[in-house]
Design a protein around this ligand. Structure first.
Ligand SMILES: Cc1cc2nc3c(=O)[nH]c(=O)nc-3n(C[C@H](O)[C@H](O)[C@H](O)COP(=O)(O)OP(=O)(O)OC[C@H]3O[C@@H](n4cnc5c(N)ncnc54)[C@H](O)[C@@H]3O)c2cc1C
Length: 448
């Protein structure tokens, strides 16, 4: 395996790249600490109920990508066309926002304030998430539906957050589109990221499960926590609790701060710039047929501990037994060690108080935490991030891939595209290096 690629981490990024290298006959090995690969994209179960580690969907923007995932899952994937909703003013408001729905659900005074603040909004400043949201929606609407939520989700004031987060979450969502809807009396904006999507039968985790099944035992090492990475001349020594393995190339998919402590070649890492948000999740199984028809419910109000609740059976009905449903509450945290059963109790209490479920309908519960759910992309980290990644990757032997390793708000479809590009890069480097080695060998043979 000396000339092969070490892929650090068996989440979607590592598995996707592995499947592409596998097709190109380029030797590689994926090192994954857990017993099952899949990382944050896994599907787990509690009794007869299944759940994803967070509210996942496969965004079908690109026909090539849709073909790839459909073939991978042998057609076991469905199209879902259901709305999400935002909890505000004690009611549920459609998300993506729809003016018809907003006008009928929000207090009339609020609708007038939203219109007025949109007319008087500033559009010249768009340096951060706050300015970006205000320039699109006006201050009042942005505050109630975007900014409070963003602050809760990322744990930072939106004026410190990068514009990148806005363009990823608020794509094709703006006030003029809302107005067009009023004029045409229909939803004009079904291309928003929260609209229609694909969902694997069996749960989102079917994607990493099927990817894992493509590999032989030598290609995917589970239960292998990486303990250190040392560079020795042309090779990297990757040490796990199972032994030490030599590789010529490294693809890191681990969070940057973890990688920096493992890799001996990183001498300085600015921890304060590269921070992550973790999730504590509370999964409840319910003796109730349905909570709402929505795929996700968003809770921007600071009085709720959780930011989002999703009902797995609204993505695929087999996620819970017939006549029963379940819900997963997401609680973002900066310090995962602060996760506690008391926080879960509080979240359950608050969710019951919304009137969406009855306490006595709870059958079972499970708390778990999903570490490194989101990189907190602030304006002050974007330039250092580019410099750090450039210095890591400058030798064409170390590469970073995935949401946490690139410190970028990537979704699975982005990861697939980046994996394709990286596979091509590795293929080129690998073949050049192969022909150089055989040329060196040939020269050696002539001279000896
Ligand atoms: C709540 C939530 C909702 C999301 N919703 C969507 C969605 O709807 N659609 C979408 O496309 N994307 C969504 N995403 C994003 C998507 O889940 C991620 O982009 C993707 O799963 C990231 O994959 P990854 O391989 O980069 O990282 P990870 O899944 O974090 O994989 C990293 C892997 O490295 C392993 N590891 C860590 N340390 C070590 C070590 N020392 N040694 C060995 N292995 C190690 C971990 O166990 C893990 O398996 C969502 C993410 C979250 C958190």
């Amino acid at each position: 395996m000396k000339d092969s690629v070490a892929i650090l981490g068996g989440g979607l990024a590592g598995l996707t790249l592995g499947s592409l290298l596998h097709n190109k006959n380029i030797p590689f090995r994926i090192y994954e600490k857990d017993e099952l690969a899949g990382g944050i994209a896994r599907t787990e179960h509690l009794d007869a109920f299944k759940y994803d580690m967070g509210a996942h969907r496969f965004h079908n923007r690109d026909p090539k990508l849709t073909r790839w995932v459909t073939e991978l899952l042998q057609g076991s994937i469905i199209e879902v066309n259901k709305k999400s909703a935002i909890s505000r003013f004690g009611t549920l408001i459609d998300f993506p926002l729809s003016p018809l729905n907003l006008i009928t659900q929000a207090p009339l005074s609020k609708s007038l304030i939203y219109s007025l603040s949109w007319i008087t909004r500033r559009t010249d400043k768009q340096d951060n998430l706050k300015d970006f949201a205000i320039s699109r929606f006006g201050k009042a609407l942005a505050q109630d539906f975007i900014l409070d939520y963003s602050h809760k989700l990322w744990g930072k004031p939106p004026e410190e957050l990068s514009l990148e987060l806005g363009s990823a979450r608020l794509k094709q969502l703006d006030f003029p589109t809302l107005i067009k809807e009023i004029i045409h009396n229909k939803r004009a904006n079904n291309r928003h990221i929260d609209g229609q999507f694909l969902y694997p039968i069996g749960g989102f985790g079917e994607i990493p499960r099927q990817l894992s099944s493509l590999f032989d035992r030598d290609q995917l090492y589970v239960n292998n926590t990486i303990l250190s990475i040392k560079e020795h001349g042309r090779y990297f020594d990757v040490t796990t609790q199972q032994g030490m393995f030599k590789h010529k190339y490294l693809v890191n998919t681990l969070p940057l701060d973890k990688f920096a402590t493992l890799y001996d070649n990183v001498t300085h890492f600015p921890h304060e710039l590269f921070q992550y948000r973790h999730l504590m999740a509370v999964f409840l199984t319910l003796n109730q047929r349905q909570i709402s028809p929505h795929v996700s419910l968003y809770f921007p109000e600071p009085s709720h501990t959780f930011t989002r609740a999703h009902e797995p059976r609204n993505r695929w009905q087999g996620m819970s037994p017939q006549g029963k449903t379940s819900v997963l509450l997401e609680i973002p945290m900066s310090e995962p060690w602060k996760a506690s059963p008391q926080i879960a109790d509080q979240a359950i209490e608050e969710f019951c108080n919304t009137g969406l479920i009855e306490k006595n309908s709870i059958l079972n519960r499970k708390e778990f935490w999903a570490p490194y759910a989101y990189p907190i992309i602030t304006n002050s980290c974007t330039a250092p991030r580019a410099a750090f990644l450039k210095s890591l990757e400058s030798n064409n032997k170390v590469f970073c891939l995935g949401r946490n390793a690139r410190f970028s708000y990537l979704h699975c479809h982005d990861i697939y595209k980046e994996s394709l590009e990286l596979c091509q890069k590795i293929e080129n480097t690998y073949h050049i290096s192969k022909s150089t080695s055989s040329l060196e060998q040939h020269t050696y043979n002539i001279h000896n």
